[in-house]
Design a protein around this ligand. Structure first.
Ligand code: TXA
Ligand code: MG
Length: 327
């Protein structure tokens, strides 16, 4: 398959919508990361997402819609869910909600679950694409399964060229981390994946605490412990790089060491936006210099730091097929 590079123009949008209607796969930017989109109602189209990513087919996909009204048409929204949608959509929040029986969705999109993960992306091009296409788009992050998410079109091409119909040439994504995923257990909001919307903001909007214990375990089927993995291994909470390590710093003190820095100012928003591209760059530097590991400075666990640490811990986790030193 020849992967087409699409421009952010009316012509590019029409071409993308045409490919999607024919059951093709189109990678597009959202505010979080690039998504690999397909018609969420079309089994064959959704199957092509799983095939392109090499993703286990039991792992359901996020459905992207234009606004709260479209989300209501697909899911049963409780008053709390509706309040969150009204407060944070469009934005980096995914809600896992009961699927409406009448909702027109491929069983492959939801992997046969009675629930749907749904969100409204806050990105101008994503919004125009949803409007032009006119239906819901299933879109996981546009990277091969288990690899670092793509925040630039070059990253999408690097991982998926020849395996997808098209990608928009639309620059870096502003947030840089995937959306926060929230479910409800009865009335209790439960964090499934920390992400681009800080959990503190959700708790404040709901006026009650969010249960964050589950996010440590594999509750979202895709939260395999090793994920977002670069090729080099990672050493976290490092004070500095060892002789065979590449440095990934955070904050002003880290600037003194050679390597990369997630945010010299120590700003978590900037660090989130840089996280995946810096992981890739550190990985390339490790390959170039023959370094075995990437040493990563400590990052505080408040606000977006929770999601940054989650991704770093998954990137550092033992990979499938590797023996952990403790076994
Ligand atoms: O920011 C994002 O969320 C990006 C952009 C493209 O929207 N998408 C993204 O999708 O990160 P993906 O597929 O890489 O991760 C979605 C996660 C997976 O871990 C999946 O298991 C979980 O959402 N998920 C999907 N449907 C679910 C459901 N019904 N119940 C629980 N978890 C679900
Ligand atoms: Mg992903």
């Amino acid at each position: 398959m020849n992967t087409i590079l699409l421009s952010d123009t009316p012509r590019g949008l029409r071409a993308a919508a045409g490919l999607l209607r024919q059951g093709g796969t189109v990678a597009f930017p959202t505010e979080t990361v690039y998504g690999l989109g397909a018609d969420a109602r079309n089994d064959r189209a959704v199957a092509r997402i799983y095939a392109a990513k090499g993703r286990p087919s039991f792992n359901p996909l996020i459905v992207h819609v234009r606004d709260l009204a479209h989300a209501e048409a697909i899911t049963e929204m409780s008053p709390a869910a509706r309040a969150l949608g009204a407060a944070f959509w469009p934005g980096p929040l995914t809600l896992v909600l009961p699927r409406r029986a009448a909702a027109d969705l491929s069983e492959l999109t939801t992997a046969g679950l009675p629930s749907v993960a749904i969100r409204v992306p806050d990105h101008d091009l994503a919004q125009r694409l949803l409007a032009e296409f006119g239906g819901p788009l299933a879109a996981p992050s546009a990277n091969p399964s288990g690899r670092v998410s793509a925040t630039r079109p070059e990253h999408v091409m690097e991982g998926l060229e020849g395996r997808i119909s098209a990608v928009f040439d639309a620059g870096p994504t502003p947030v840089g981390l995937e959306s926060t995923i929230l479910a409800f257990d009865g009335d209790t909001p439960v964090l499934l994946r920390p992400g681009g919307l800080p959990v503190e903001a959700i708790a404040a909007a709901l006026g009650r605490p969010v249960d964050t214990r589950a996010a440590r375990h594999i509750t979202a089927p895709g939260q395999l412990s090793s994920h977002y993995a670069p090729r080099a291994t990672l050493r976290l909470e490092a004070a500095g790089p060892g002789p065979d390590e590449v440095w990934l710093g955070f904050g002003p003190l880290s600037v003194l060491r050679p390597g990369l820095n997630l945010s010299p100012r120590g700003d978590l928003v900037e660090a989130a936006a840089n996280l995946f591209s810096h992981l890739r760059a550190a990985d390339a530097l490790a390959a170039e210099t023959g370094a075995a590991r990437i040493a990563v400075a400590p990052v505080p666990r408040t606000g977006l730091g929770l999601a940054i640490n989650d991704r770093l811990e998954r990137a550092a986790a033992p990979r499938p097929g590797e023996f952990s030193a403790t076994l």
